[in-house]
Design a protein around this ligand. Structure first.
Ligand SMILES: NC(=O)c1ccc[n+]([C@@H]2O[C@H](COP(=O)([O-])OP(=O)(O)OC[C@H]3O[C@@H](n4cnc5c(N)ncnc54)[C@H](OP(=O)(O)O)[C@@H]3O)[C@@H](O)[C@H]2O)c1
Length: 197
């Protein structure tokens, strides 16, 4: 069976922040070109994993993508979303998740599964690619667990001076530069890096 490729996708300020605070909506300070890049690349992957706090910065499904929200309390998240008319499916330990059949569908799933278990479940489902979409705690855990193959870092010509860091604790990996792409004429670029554990 083919290994699931996992990549982190994130927009960073020049001084290394991913948000002003934990409720900050990224598209308030990132470029429209980055929003387009994020949309294209995550649609290509089809599956986005993110923390409950990041989901709640925009609080809606992402068109043509399956969003898997990590939360310790999936049932409460499901009930909250139902109030906004969003149906959330739960991924549990014994779930048989036919994610491939759902590719390109707009859906929200929630889970409290441990990372390794969730990753295994995605692999067993034959998922080719997963986009890890933040925030700080989720990026740190996936990278520290040895589950990330690549990083796509968009650098925006913005500084905050203070805020939420990309990682919320020390990480120990080596990165290999793969390439970079200019997204606009205002200094925004996306860098692609391979993770060496
Ligand atoms: N610039 C960018 O590209 C970008 C992208 C994404 C996010 N962000 C920013 O990141 C910030 C949010 O990051 P954050 O670290 O505060 O929050 P987060 O990682 O988005 O969400 C944290 C929540 O995820 C759940 N969670 C975390 N680890 C879990 C695990 N192992 N199992 C189950 N649930 C787990 C918990 O939810 P419960 O409390 O419900 O249990 C936890 O409170 C915001 O400022 C946002 O704008 C920036």
């Amino acid at each position: 069976m083919q290994k699931t490729q996992t990549f982190i996708i994130v927009a960073l300020t020049l001084d290394g922040f991913i948000g002003r605070d934990r409720t900050d909506l990224s598209t308030r300070w990132t470029s429209k070109e980055d929003a387009t890049w994020f949309s294209q690349r995550t649609k290509e992957a089809g599956i986005c994993v993110m923390g409950r706090k990041t989901y709640q910065t925009f609080n809606r499904p992402l068109p043509e993508r399956i969003v898997i929200v990590q939360t310790k309390d999936p049932l409460t998240f499901k009930k909250q979303q139902l109030k906004s008319g969003v149906e959330v499916k739960l991924i549990q330990a014994d779930s048989q998740v036919d994610l491939l059949a759902k590719k390109s569908k707009t859906q929200v799933w929630a889970t409290s599964l441990e990372l390794d278990r969730l990753h295994q479940l995605l692999e067993d489902a034959g998922v080719k690619e997963v986009a890890v979409c933040g925030g700080s705690s989720i990026y740190t855990q996936w990278l520290s667990a040895g589950l990330v193959d690549e990083l796509y870092l968009t650098l925006e010509p913005v500084v905050f001076g203070a805020g939420v860091k990309l990682f919320n604790q020390a990480v120990k990996v080596k990165l290999e530069f793969v390439g970079e792409k200019k997204l606009n004429d205002k200094g925004t670029k996306v860098m692609r890096l391979r993770v060496k554990y």
